[in-house]
Ligand binder design. Structure first.
Ligand SMILES: [Zn+2]
Length: 195
């Protein structure tokens, strides 16, 4: 067993090898390091966030919390089991993202308000694709605009996750589901408590 730390969400976890994505926030392997290489206490530490970046973080937080709640609803209302699983996974990822952003904003807790969704999977998939496309665009722009390296990196990493989510969602919309697109959820890794 080795121990790893995600440099974006800060989670520590054990595994026999480096996963392809963070099992918690979904970022690519390039953001994951052996735990001894990262000082966990410094991940969310940042001096003087500019007003512009703070604004972008708040917009990102609103998008992630509303997506998380929408996915939760779409999972609860899911007609097919695979759709319930898909939206449940996406809800968890978006929750993680919202919590990361909350840490940069120094929030004690992130609030999730209920969102409405359809009783039809097809409608929910359509809306999910639309909002994911929008958030990908937002993160690209926000990452370029952010002057703080950490914030720019955060937006870039989260934007990449949203792009994978977009791919995953669009594969459900097409008649032929490409199985490897769903290999997004890595095998079993264990969250290490009390970091
Ligand atoms: Zn992570």
């Amino acid at each position: 067993m080795k121990s790893f730390r995600c440099t974006i969400c800060g989670e520590l976890f054990l595994g026999s090898k480096l996963p392809s994505h963070c099992p918690f926030c979904g970022v690519k392997a390039k953001y994951i390091l052996n735990s001894e290489e990262v000082n966990g206490a410094e991940i969310f530490m940042i001096k003087n966030i500019s007003d512009e970046s703070r604004k972008s973080l708040i917009v990102a937080l609103n998008k992630e919390t509303s997506n998380a709640s929408f996915y939760k609803c779409a999972s609860d209302n899911g007609e097919k089991e695979e759709i319930r699983i898909l939206f449940n996974r996406l809800a968890k990822i978006e929750r993680e993202h919202a919590n990361i952003i909350g840490k940069f904003l120094d929030l004690d807790a992130v609030e999730f308000t209920d969102q409405e969704c359809s009783h039809y999977d097809s409608k929910n998939l359509e809306q999910a694709l639309e909002s994911t496309k929008e958030i990908v665009k937002f993160y690209k722009k926000a990452s370029i605009e952010a002057r703080e390296v950490k914030i720019s990196n955060l937006f870039k990493a989260l934007g990449e996750v949203e792009e994978s989510c977009y791919k995953m969602l669009s594969s459900f919309g097409s008649p032929e589901i490409k199985k490897d697109e769903h290999a997004f959820v890595p095998p079993l890794y264990f969250r290490v408590r009390g970091k």
